[in-house]
Write a protein that binds this ligand. Structure first.
Ligand code: ADA
Length: 552
C-alpha cells in the first residue's frame, strides 16, 4: 500500500503490488516476471537498459461502477492502458498520480503500464545527472472502488494560540453523479464535527473548511512522533458512502530572526542528504530498508533528512513522522543546464511537481521546510524570475511552512532575499582548498549584506568522497576513507561551532549510482560521498560523524 497505515475503513481498496509481466522494448521476446514496486535495473538482463518497457497484469473488478487507479510513482514517464485503451499519463518518478475510470464492468481486465526512462527533449527534470534515473513502477499501485461521490484529499495544519491547538482541515469532495443530502463527519484527536455539503451536479466538486479546537494533545516534536488519525466520512442521508484517513501532528514551525523554532524552541539541524537509491533496490526501497536508513541516521546522532533532490515516497515520510525526524523536502531539480532551465517544458513540469509534492505531502508533520531548485541559476535576472515564480507557487500551496533553496552561487547569488531560510552547498577541503571556518565567516558576512540579514542559515551540503574499502593511512589521499574522516571532522566541527549557522546536512548519507554521462568524474559511476556505501556498510567516517553529531 502507498502509506504505512490504512487510508480507508469504508472505501474498498486493493493493492495491485506483486509480480507483473515485464517486456522491455529492446527486442526482448518473452515477458519477464518483475516485482512491483521495483525497478527493472534489478533484473540482470535489464541492469543497463534505458528505454521503454511494458508492465502488464490482470485485474479482477468485483462490481460494476467507478474505479480509481492510484500510482505512487512510475519512473520516469508513464502511459497507462486499460483493456488496451490509453487512459492516462504522468511525468516524474517522484510524485504520485491517479486515474478515474467512471464506468467499469465487473470481471477481468488488463492493466498495462508503459514506463519510459529515456533522457529526451520531453524530459526536463529527469536529465543525465549526479544521481540515477531508474526505470519501472517504483512505488505502490492501488485499485479503489468509488461510489457516486468520493473524498479526493485532505489538507491539514495546526494553529496554536496560548498553548491551545486548533485543527484546520480542508476536505476536497468530488461528485461523479448528482449528490444531494450529503454531509461530512470530520474527527481528530477526540474532537468531531459534522458539516452539510452543498448539492453537487455530476462532475461537480466542493471543499469543506473546518476548524476544530482540540485539547490535551501531545505535541509532535523531535524524536517524539505523536500522531493522530484525521478521519473524514462522507454521508448521504445517514449512509456512510466514502471515507479518507490521514495521520497528523500538532506542532509549530516558526522563524524568529536567525533561529529556526520547533514548538517555540530553537533547533540545530544535524542532517543528512539522502537520495532514494540503494544497491539492491534502486530507487524503489521497501519500507524495511527505509526504516534501516533512518535507524542508522538516528544512531549517527542525526535529527533531519533532506530529500535531495525530489519529493520522497510517502511511506518514508510516514516513518519520519513516526520517529520524530525533521524533513526538508524539495522539488525535483538539480543544477539544470541553462537550455533546460530556460525552457517552457521545465516551467510546466516543475510547476506540476510543486503542486503534486505539496498537495500529496502537506499533512506530514515531519516536513518543516520546503526546498526548491537545487543549485539552479540563482545568480541571473532570468533565474531570479523563475525562483520568484516558484517560491510564490509554493507559498500559495502551503503558507504554513518556510521556504529555502540550496545555492552554490557563493558570493554571486541574487535571490537570497526571496527565501525564508538561506542554504549553502559548500565543499571546503574537497572541491576548494580553504578552511571551513574562514569560508563560513566570509559567507555569512556576505549574505547579511546581500538580502539575507537576520535570516536563519543552513549548510545544506558539506562533505567529501571516499571509495569504500580504499585505505591510505600514510598519504591519506583523496578518495581514501582516512581522508574523508579528516575533511568531515574539520568541516563539521567548524559548522557546529559557528554561531550564525542553524545546522548542516552532510553530503551524503549513502553512496548512490549516477548517470553514465557522469562516469568520467565519478569513480564506479557513483557519487561516493556517502558515510555508508550503497548497501549501507559504514565507512570509517561513520564513527567520525557519530562522534560529532552526537555531541550536543
Ligand atoms: C552538488 C549537488 C549534489 C552533488 C554534490 C557533489 O552540491 O547539489 O547533488 O552533486 O554537488 O557530490 O558534488
Amino acid at each position: 500500500m502507498q502509506r504505512l497505515f490504512s487510508e480507508h475503513e469504508i472505501r474498498p481498496v486493493r493493492s495491485l503490488d506483486g509480480i507483473w509481466q515485464l517486456t522491455a522494448r529492446n527486442g526482448q521476446e518473452t515477458p519477464l516476471p518483475a516485482g512491483v514496486p521495483g525497478v527493472w535495473e534489478s533484473i540482470p538482463a535489464l541492469a543497463a537498459f534505458r528505454g521503454t518497457a511494458d508492465y502488464v497484469r490482470k485485474v479482477q473488478v468485483r462490481r460494476d461502477g467507478a474505479v480509481l487507479l492510484r500510482f505512487g510513482g512510475v519512473s520516469h514517464t508513464a502511459r497507462i492502458f486499460w483493456d488496451g485503451i490509453r487512459i492516462g499519463e504522468h511525468y516524474n518518478a517522484f510524485t504520485g498520480f491517479e486515474i478515474l475510470l467512471p464506468e467499469v464492468s465487473r470481471g477481468e481486465h488488463e492493466l498495462r503500464v508503459e514506463a519510459d526512462n529515456r533522457y529526451s527533449d520531453q524530459s526536463a527534470l529527469h536529465v543525465p545527472n549526479d544521481y540515477m534515473t531508474y526505470g519501472g513502477i517504483n512505488r505502490p499501485v492501488e485499485l479503489h472502488e468509488i461510489g457516486g461521490a468520493y473524498l479526493e484529499r485532505m489538507a491539514f495544519h495546526a494553529e496554536e494560540t496560548d498553548g491551545s491547538f486548533t485543527a484546520c482541515v480542508r476536505v476536497f469532495v468530488r461528485a461523479l453523479q448528482a449528490l444531494t443530502n450529503a454531509s461530512l463527519s470530520i474527527s481528530v484527536a477526540g474532537s468531531e464535527t459534522v458539516c452539510r455539503l452543498p448539492d453537487l451536479a455530476p462532475g461537480g466538486s466542493t471543499v469543506a473548511d473546518v476548524r476544530l479546537p482540540v485539547t490535551g494533545v501531545r505535541r509532535w516534536d523531535l524524536f517524539q512522533g505523536n500522531l493522530y488519525d484525521l478521519k473524514a466520512r462522507l454521508l448521504v442521508g445517514q449512509r456512510e458512502t466514502d471515507d479518507l484517513i490521514d495521520r497528523v501532528g500538532f506542532r509549530t514551525v516558526r522563524i524568529a530572526g536567525e533561529d529556526l523554532l520547533l514548538n517555540g524552541r530553537k533547533i540545530c539541524i544535524k542532517g543528512f542528504n539522502r537520495h532514494e537509491d540503494h544497491g539492491q533496490f534502486g530507487c524503489s526501497l521497501p519500507p524495511e530498508a527505509m526504516l534501516h536508513d533512518l535507524q542508522l541516521i538516528l544512531d549517527l546522532g542525526g535529527n533531519s533528512v533532506r530529500t535531495c533532490h525530489y519529493p520522497n515516497d510517502p511511506r518514508f515520510l510516514d516513518l519520519c513522522d513516526e520517529l520524530g525526524i525533521l524533513v526538508w523536502e524539495e522539488n525535483h531539480a538539480r543544477a539544470l543546464p541553462e537550455a533546460v532551465f530556460h525552457s517552457e517544458l521545465f516551467a510546466r513540469q516543475c510547476a506540476a511537481c510543486n503542486e503534486e509534492m505539496i498537495s500529496q505531502h502537506v499533512n506530514h508533520p515531519s516536513i518543516y521546510l520546503w526546498g526548491l531548485l537545487n543549485e539552479c541559476e540563482s545568480e541571473t535576472p532570468f533565474g531570479r524570475g523563475v525562483y520568484e515564480k516558484q517560491i510564490a507557487q509554493l507559498r500559495a500551496l502551503d503558507p504554513t511552512r518556510p521556504v529555502t533553496f540550496a545555492t552554490c552561487r557563493l558570493f554571486t547569488d541574487i535571490c537570497l532575499d526571496l527565501a525564508d531560510v538561506v542554504s549553502f552547498n559548500i565543499y571546503p577541503g574537497w572541491y576548494t582548498q580553504e578552511s571551513t571556518a574562514d569560508l563560513l565567516d566570509r559567507l555569512f558576512r556576505w549574505m547579511d549584506e546581500h538580502g539575507a540579514k537576520n535570516k536563519p542559515a543552513l549548510i545544506s551540503e558539506i562533505g567529501a568522497g571516499a571509495i569504500a574499502g580504499f585505505h591510505d593511512p600514510f598519504r591519506r589521499a583523496k578518495w581514501s576513507e582516512e581522508r574523508q574522516c579528516e575533511i568531515l571532522r574539520e568541516q563539521l566541527s567548524a559548522v557546529r561551532q559557528h554561531p550564525r549557522c542553524s545546522g548542516s546536512y552532510i553530503w551524503q548519507f549513502a553512496d548512490v549510482k549516477v548517470s553514465e554521462e557522469w562516469a568520467a568524474q565519478r569513480p564506479k559511476t557513483m557519487n561516493n560521498k556517502g558515510i555508508v556505501d550503497q548497501y549501507r556498510q559504514p565507512k570509517m567516517s561513520y564513527l567520525t560523524v557519530r562522534e560529532i553529531y552526537s555531541n550536543e
